[in-house]
Ligand binder design. Structure first.
Ligand SMILES: [Zn+2]
Length: 258
């Protein structure tokens, strides 16, 4: 990562938050509630994790996650028909032997690429939340995930770093990766992915702070539009100590780059 690609946090503190920054010992959870409340994007107005463990479900997520075997088969058929239409519309022949099974393959792949909608954080975390007297930064980096860009339905590849400072609770390290994967496997934009991981972990762990930094390569930029295959987009989102304390933030960024 070069110095010219410093992470950008486009977030402008609300008046409420500016006040909170003056009192760093303010209750962490109260701070978190205020942060989620003022966000203008409506998806953040809901609780990050709902009683059934779904986190920011899409409109029809519950229909998908609770369907019977027959309903799942119908969904797959509907999707296959739609892919056939796409193949026809680009001028190809869906009955050509080479692509005869493509609609089914693609339909199944599409359901896999978006399986993050169905997953319950409660099931995922399971019993991996531990009480531990550890107050130093925990960092997991180079988590590689894929998402589908919600504007073009083509992939973007993410390299994710997650840091947090525990406040009695620690989470099994593999679960941090699972949470990152779960939010990645949806129709996404990189900015929202960054925020969702940070806010969900803040909700689960009630830590002293959470930081998420994502470096992504967007196929929609590489294959069309500006066509710059080497370009990377960096987003970050910080809460608690990482937002309030520049030294903590710098330590995180140094460790991510090392
Ligand atoms: Zn795109």
């Amino acid at each position: 990562m070069s110095d010219s690609s410093l992470p950008v946090d486009n977030h402008t503190p609300s008046p409420a938050e500016s006040t909170m920054q003056k009192s760093p010992k303010a209750d962490i959870y109260a701070k978190h509630s205020s942060i989620t409340e003022y966000m203008s994007d409506s998806i953040y107005r809901n609780q990050p994790i709902q009683s059934d463990g779904l986190s920011w479900p899409a409109k029809n997520t519950r229909e998908r996650s609770t369907e019977s075997k027959e309903e799942a088969e119908l969904r797959l058929e509907k999707l296959k028909t739609a892919i056939c239409t796409v193949i026809e519309c680009i001028g190809e022949d869906p009955t050509r032997p080479g692509i005869l099974k493509t609609p089914e393959r693609y339909a199944k792949a599409m359901l896999f690429f978006t399986k993050g909608y169905e997953q319950s954080i409660h099931d995922m975390i399971n019993d991996a939340l531990f009480e531990e007297d550890h107050e130093e930064m925990v960092l997991v980096k180079d988590i590689s995930t894929f998402s589908l860009c919600e504007h073009h339905l083509v992939p973007f590849q993410n390299k994710i770093a997650i840091g947090y400072i525990p406040n009695r609770s620690v989470l099994g390290l593999s679960k941090l990766v699972r949470v990152a994967e779960m939010f990645s496997q949806r129709l996404q934009v990189q900015e929202r992915l960054t925020k969702q991981i940070a806010i969900a972990l803040n909700d689960i762990l009630k830590p002293q702070g959470v930081a998420v930094l994502i470096e992504s390569s967007h196929m929609c930029m590489a294959m069309r539009g500006v066509q710059k295959p080497e370009s990377k987009t960096i987003t970050s989102y910080m809460l608690g100590q990482f937002r309030d304390n520049i030294k903590t933030r710098e330590e995180f960024l140094t460790l991510v780059r090392s």
